[in-house]
Structure formats: C-alpha cells, structure tokens
Design a protein around this ligand. Structure first.
Ligand code: 5GP
Length: 212
C-alpha cells in the first residue's frame, strides 16, 4: 500500500498576524507551490480594493446579506475587524476536509479562537511575526491601497493583534520571505504527519498488527 493511497483527513492551517506582516504573500506562495491546500475564501462587508476579485479574494456582501448568513448558520466563525464584518463560510471548508484537502485561513485572532473551540483536532495555527513595527508601517504604506486614516487604524490594531501571539501553535518570523516560506512548508509537512490526520494509515497499522 503506497502512502498516497491511504485515506487522510485534511487539516485547517490558520495564518494570523497584524496587517502588513506579509501573511497574504505567504498564503499566495503556499497555494501556488502546494496543490494539496486550498484557500478558504471569506465573506466580508468591506469594499473591494483595486485588483480584488469577488469570489476569489473575498465574497463581497452587503451587511444585510452577511446578517442573513449568520442567522442561517452559514459561518464557521465570524468577527468584526476594523469596523467591517468578516466570516468563514462553513460548507466549502467541510467539503475540502472530507476530500482530504487541507484548507488555509487568513483570519484574525477572534476567528482563530472560535475555530479552536469548534474543531480543535483539525486545526494548526501559525502567528506571523513582523521583523519590527517600523517595517510593518512601511509595508502598510507601500501597499498604498488604504487611506492614511486606515493605515493609522491598522497600526493601532497591530498591537492588539500582537497581544494574542501566545494563543497560536507556531510562531513564524517573516524577516525574509524565502526563509519564512521554508518554515511554513515545514510546519505543513509536520502537521500532515500527525496521527489524527491519517485515519487510513492508523487502520492500516491495526491491520498490520493482526497479520502474522
Ligand atoms: P483585510 O481587510 O486587510 O483583507 O483583512 C483584515 C483582517 O481581517 C485581517 O487580519 C484578516 O486576517 C482578517 N480576516 C479576513 N477574513 C476573515 C474571516 O473570515 N474571519 C475573521 N475572523 N477574520 C478575517
């Protein structure tokens, strides 16, 4: 029996960080380099930025639609971030996990706490640490997609987000993107090998024990 044919359950890989720590770049690169992981596309009530595509970066919805989705239990978790509502649609995540696909989440600490309560065994959480506050601000500014007021708000929120670092399984310093990518791939590799993620392999071992 080859390792690839043995049934496995997907895992939920959460990336959180203050805005500007580079987690969007890390997510994109991981999705490109690893066909076994898919992105969870969140719904949000905030306006799209230039270049953002509805259904790909986010599902951009009205506050009314968002509230209906909450009432209908369509979200695995949801939270207010920077005055806008964000939520993770439940169905695509559950389908991917059942198919043995891993799912990547770019959500904040509030969402991570909610996911942890619901799906503890399926979750691996990573907190991306920026190399400095100055670098964080620089990255927020070169993005230049947000107004000065929004940049200020996001810098203020950075301290709040940073204070939740100890709630995560892994810390990942993003001083150099190549280095951080290597570390992230390593985390994913290790997490995929956990016993709970390989129910098929566990059955295989039990069968092996019965043979003599
Ligand atoms: P942005 O507006 O810059 O795309 O995202 C702002 C913040 O919202 C980021 O910290 C991001 O991780 C978080 N976020 C995005 N989608 C979700 C979601 O579905 N749930 C939660 N809790 N946070 C989210």
């Amino acid at each position: 029996m080859s390792n690839e044919t043995i049934q496995r359950r997907g895992l939920m890989l959460v990336l959180s960080s203050p805005s500007g720590a580079g987690k969007t770049t890390l997510s994109r690169r991981l999705l490109q380099s690893d066909p076994g992981i898919v992105m969870s596309v969140s719904a949000t009530t905030r306006q799209p930025r230039p270049n953002e595509i509805d259904g790909q970066d986010y599902f951009f919805v009205t506050p009314e639609k968002f509230d209906t989705m909450v009432a209908d239990g369509e979200f695995l978790e949801h939270a207010v971030v920077f005055g806008h509502k964000y939520g993770t649609p439940r169905t695509p995540v559950m389908k991917a996990l059942e198919q043995g696909k891993d799912v990547l989440f770019d959500i904040d600490w509030q969402g991570t706490q909610q996911l942890k309560q619901q799906v503890r065994d399926d979750l691996a959480s990573v907190f991306v640490v920026p190399p400095s506050k100055a670098e964080l601000e620089r990255r927020l500014r070169i993005r230049a997609q947000d107004s000065e007021e929004v940049v200020r708000q996001r810098m203020a929120k950075a301290s709040d987000e940073l204070s939740h670092w100890a709630e995560y399984d892994y810390l990942l310093m993003n001083d150099d993107i190549q280095h951080a990518m290597g570390k992230l791939e390593e985390i994913l590799r290790v997490e995929r090998s956990r016993r709970a993620r390989q129910p098929g392999l566990a059955k295989f071992v039990q069968k092996l024990m019965r043979e003599d």
